[in-house]
Design a binder for this molecule. Structure first.
Ligand SMILES: [Mn+2]
Length: 317
């Protein structure tokens, strides 16, 4: 926690957006987590004051525009504007030195969370770059050109790292140099459903990635040792946790479940190790969709709560 200046407050941003995904529902993810009362437990046990902020569609001008697009992108103006709001909110809280937890929402908001964190840390620590752990079944690094689905939730890493440039006016043209993350301090964990074009992008940019095969081969503890070593011990870390990194047994309520994922214990260990590193400053939990596998939503939500608690060092409560 050495990079936090305000350890009395926990900022929780509910990012109720789902236009980056093909179907709605992920906008209800934040409420599903909050309803459990997990944050009351956390506040009590960690003696933290909670600062809640809710971001939802409906109050920005792009909503009323017909969302025309270049390259066949789906709802790019809206997704970009939503991510910009997320970026600005994360930045405002992170620059105060608070731990920021962002609840999604589809993963397109990740372009907002990492960029907001990157900017705040550069400001607070004289140009210091953040490290990013992207824990996900998917790489989310397609560009508008390479994407098959043309959905923006498959592209946040490409935009936040500068690999994808703004394809048209109003689409991620708000990203400034201070927002852009350094891929030399970026690590994937849990990949198992990666497009061919994404594999090429990952190889070309020499991005560190631990696939599920790697995790089965060397074990999650060793993976975390190597991931944290790679990012560096003196680097503040943002973790973007896609619930679909977990095996569908523990996280069925998500848009694109992929078999053979992390067990809940492995997922919790990732979060716990991040906390224990002392460098975790911002955390996202995204892609819980209460409209999917509704009968087992409680299993998914419980898994999400466990990831959050472990990330905050409260795994045993
Ligand atoms: Mn994702």
């Amino acid at each position: 926690m050495r990079f936090l200046a305000d350890r009395k407050h926990l900022a929780i941003i509910a990012a109720k957006f789902s236009c980056g995904a093909p179907r709605a529902g992920a906008e209800k993810g934040p409420e599903a987590i909050i309803r459990t009362g997990v944050f009351n437990d956390i506040a009590k046990k960690a003696n933290l004051s909670l600062v809640f902020e809710t971001l939802a569609p409906g109050d920005h001008p792009h909503q009323t525009l017909s969302d025309t697009s270049i390259l066949g992108l789906k709802r790019p103006l809206e997704v970009s504007a939503d991510a910009q709001r997320v970026s600005s909110s994360v930045y405002q809280q992170a620059r105060l030195g608070r731990f920021v937890l962002t609840l999604g929402g589809d993963h397109s908001i990740g372009a907002g969370t990492v960029s907001g964190t990157a900017k705040a840390i550069r400001e607070r620590f004289q140009g210091q770059d953040i490290g990013v752990l992207w824990i996900d079944a998917h790489a989310d690094i397609n560009t508008p050109e390479t994407s098959v689905s043309k959905r923006l939730h498959g592209m946040p890493v490409a935009f936040a790292s500068g690999i994808a440039k703004s394809p048209q006016e109003g689409v991620f043209d708000w990203l400034e140099e201070s927002h852009i993350i350094d891929l030399g301090k970026f690590v994937y964990i849990g990949l198992r459903d990666v497009d061919e074009a994404e594999k090429e992008i990952i190889a070309r940019n020499n991005i560190k990635a631990f696939t599920m095969d790697d995790i089965r081969r060397i074990g999650i503890e060793t993976v975390m040792d190597e991931a944290l070593d790679y990012i560096g011990k003196e680097t503040p870390v943002h973790a973007s946790y896609d619930i679909d990194s977990l095996d569908p047994e523990w996280a069925p309520s998500t848009g694109f479940p992929v078999p053979s994922g992390l067990s809940l214990n492995e997922g919790m260990l990732v979060a716990k190790r991040l906390h224990e590193s002392g460098n975790l400053i911002t955390l996202d939990l995204v892609e819980i969709n209460p409209d999917i596998a509704t009968a087992r939503l409680d299993v998914t939500v419980n898994a999400g709560c466990e990831l959050i608690k472990n990330g905050l060092g409260l795994g045993d409560c």
